[in-house]
Design a protein around this ligand. Structure first.
Ligand code: ADP
Ligand code: MG
Length: 485
């Protein structure tokens, strides 16, 4: 048994990408603009400008709160978190920090880690505005205010994770919930997801329900990828155990560190004495809003099918294996593709096979997303149908798929251009030939007497396959089968 138990709590920030505009201004909520072009006066805190709350952002935040089984507030209001930094033109961030302001408190989420179901308690989920994006270079920094005011959800968990694996499994589950619920793309590459990770260790023989036994909390700020979260936690566990063994850990004060990707270490930023007092107070320019049960119910009803429900359906209704179902739901875009394959008449099992054994392999190899490639669900169904109708062999179908993607051509065109409308699958041709021979036994008799019936049989095969049978393979099988009789 391990000497120490690890306690990990997460603060997951995720931009809400699925609103048209920012959370308190009419500027577009998008990434496509030139830096510093997508800004309204209120984003820059020009004098006399006032925030206007985006109802859609509140709706999405409440939806997340409902999905996480949180308690929703009676009144919605916001607070000012006061501090100065160049990425924050107003000198304060509009957020919801102190209870009972958040969009949700005291929820829970089940997630799976290495085949086991775990539960994480949610302390709260709140809605705030993102700051501008800063980038630091050797001798200068840049700042892009397009991000200022983008709606941001912050989810705070209780310290319920006991390993980096659990923390990352939770984050992955949360990311797919955001995607399936239409709340966010939750794309780390776009900087939409950022985490603060809190880590401490304690003696494993002590009672973890008594907070007095908890170790000193170390907060690691702004970890920008799940891979980074895993590495930062594992590094920090090692660092803390070393401190514990040398007797320095227990007298240590709480501190904030940052994850440095280059050195793969955490670096000291500030200690408890330097903790900032944000002097929270209620944002006076946004009126309190009474949350009605009717609206909440309406939001609850509009929650789209979530990943777990899709997984259940794939296993129970479609008969997929647990592994295949999980592989397909992992990425919403893949699961959406699969749903459309079925809508277009594709078989549930072979559709799943194509995706898990061929398409995902291709996407991984070429580092692309399913939406990046030319192949549509309808095209995949067309290829599947061509196999079923015996137009192409299953071996050929893989070449067709590759060609469709590489040459950006419709499956029918690929088959035609490759002259593939030819059946060269022995498993299709042999039974067909046997059947033809069996129904013309009298001709085989003639053949023995020396009459040439070979061309007649070739003709029959060609007739049945509309000329698509591979001629040399047909001849070979015919010879063998006639010989046997
Ligand atoms: P603060 O008041 O410093 O913001 P909170 O108690 O609100 O701290 O917790 C912030 C985050 O730190 C939460 O995710 C919480 O679960 C986590 N946390 C609190 N105490 C510990 C601890 N001893 N070890 C690890 N994580 C902790
Ligand atoms: Mg915050």
């Amino acid at each position: 048994m391990n000497k120490y138990k690890v306690l990990i709590g997460l603060e997951m920030h995720c931009e809400i990408s699925e609103t048209n505009t920012k959370v308190f201004s009419g500027a577009e909520n998008s990434y496509k603009d030139e830096p510093n072009s997508n800004i309204r006066p209120v984003d820059m805190a020009f004098p006399g400008t006032l925030p206007v709350v985006n109802k859609e952002a509140i709706k999405k935040a409440l939806m997340a709160s409902l999905i996480l089984d949180c308690k929703q507030p009676e009144y919605i209001y916001f607070e000012r978190k006061n501090y100065y930094y160049p990425d924050l033109p107003k000198g304060f961030q509009i957020t919801q920090e102190t209870k009972p302001a958040p969009m949700g408190i005291y929820g829970r989420l089940e997630y799976e880690c290495n085949g086991e179901i775990k539960v994480a308690r949610i302390n709260n989920i709140h809605l705030e505005e993102d700051s501008a994006a800063t980038d630091h270079f050797e001798s200068y920094s840049t700042i892009n205010y397009n991000r200022a005011g983008v709606p941001l959800l912050e989810l705070v968990t209780e310290p319920d994770f006991r390993s980096a694996d659990e923390a990352v499994a939770f984050l992955e589950t949360m990311r797919s919930i955001y995607q399936y619920a239409g709340i966010s793309e939750a794309d780390s590459m776009k900087g939409q997801v950022r985490c603060d990770v809190n880590v401490s260790i304690m003696d494993s023989d002590k009672d973890e329900t008594d907070t007095n036994n908890w170790g000193t909390k170390i907060e690691i700020k702004n970890v920008n990828s799940f891979g980074g979260v895993r590495e930062a936690i594992n590094y920090e566990i090692g660092r803390q155990i070393a401190l514990k063994e040398s007797g320095e850990y227990d007298s240590m004060e709480q501190q904030t560190r940052r994850w440095d990707e280059e050195s793969a270490t955490t670096i000291y930023m500030r200690g408890k004495v330097d903790a900032i007092d944000y002097k929270y107070f209620v944002e006076p320019n946004i009126p309190k809003y009474k949350l009605s049960n009717e609206w909440l119910e309406e939001i609850r009803k509009s929650i789209p099918t979530l990943p777990n429900e899709r997984k259940e359906k794939y296993i129970k209704e479609y008969g997929l294996s647990e592994v295949d179902a999980k592989t397909i739901i992992k990425d919403k875009k893949i699961s959406d593709f699969y749903e459309r394959v079925i809508e277009a008449g594709g078989d549930v099992k072979s559709g799943a096979n194509w995706i898990t054994s061929i398409i995902l392999g291709y996407l991984n190899k070429t580092e692309q997303e399913i939406t990046d490639i030319y192949l549509t669900p309808e095209m995949l169904v067309e290829i599947m149908n061509m196999i079923n109708e015996g137009k192409i062999s299953s071996k050929q179908s893989k070449d067709v798929l590759n060609k469709v993607i590489e040459d950006k051509k419709e499956p029918k065109k690929v088959v035609k251009d490759l002259g593939m409308t030819k059946i060269s699958d022995e498993n299709i041709l042999r039974p067909m030939i046997v059947e033809i021979l069996e129904s013309h036994l009298e001709l085989i008799e003639e053949h023995r007497k020396g009459r040439n019936v070979f061309d007649f049989f070739v003709g029959q095969v060609m007739k049945q396959t509309r000329g698509q049978a591979d001629p040399s393979l047909t001849a070979k099988i015919l010879r063998e089968e006639i010989e046997k009789r």
